[in-house]
Design a protein around this ligand. Structure first.
Ligand SMILES: [Cu+2]
Length: 142
């Protein structure tokens, strides 16, 4: 045993472990926030088909090609397809989820300000794919 001390190395190891724990916890929290659908979210069934989107609200109201939602609420999209693979995209709200035949994909969002936004299909799905668009209307509650 020379006069060598290990404590600088142990401090270094401790700092590395603390940093890795912190980065891991941050990533886990971000993941949880993105994945966790709020309890009170309203469900909207989104159906993709060649070449339009249909939206069905919880009360049974259906909209084709346009979707009306309110600020201050959270919405869970249950996304399905009746034919080929589409991809539901609200670019302004960073909503992007595939619509796959035979399964239900979910994604949620909570619009915060009134406005009008584009909805589009992000997966080439046939001849008129380019026209598979819709409009999102975010309105303040009446
Ligand atoms: Cu499509």
């Amino acid at each position: 045993m020379g006069g060598h001390s290990n404590w600088p190395e142990w401090i270094y190891v401790g700092i590395v472990i603390a940093l890795m724990t912190w980065v891991g916890a941050e990533a886990w929290e971000a993941e949880r926030l993105v994945e966790h659908v709020p309890e009170d979210a309203e469900t909207i069934i989104v159906t993709g088909q060649q070449w339009f989107w249909t939206f069905e609200h919880e009360d049974g109201t259906k909209e084709i090609g346009e979707l009306h939602v309110e600020t201050g609420k959270a919405y869970k999209f249950e996304i399905v397809s009746t034919d080929v693979i589409h991809s539901f995209n609200i670019h302004d709200y960073v909503v992007l989820m595939d619509a796959v035949p035979g399964r239900v994909n979910t994604v949620w969002f909570a619009p915060d300000a009134p406005g009008v936004h584009d909805i589009q299909c992000r997966e080439y799905c046939g001849l008129i794919h380019y026209n598979m668009r819709g409009t999102l209307y975010v309105e303040d509650p009446a």
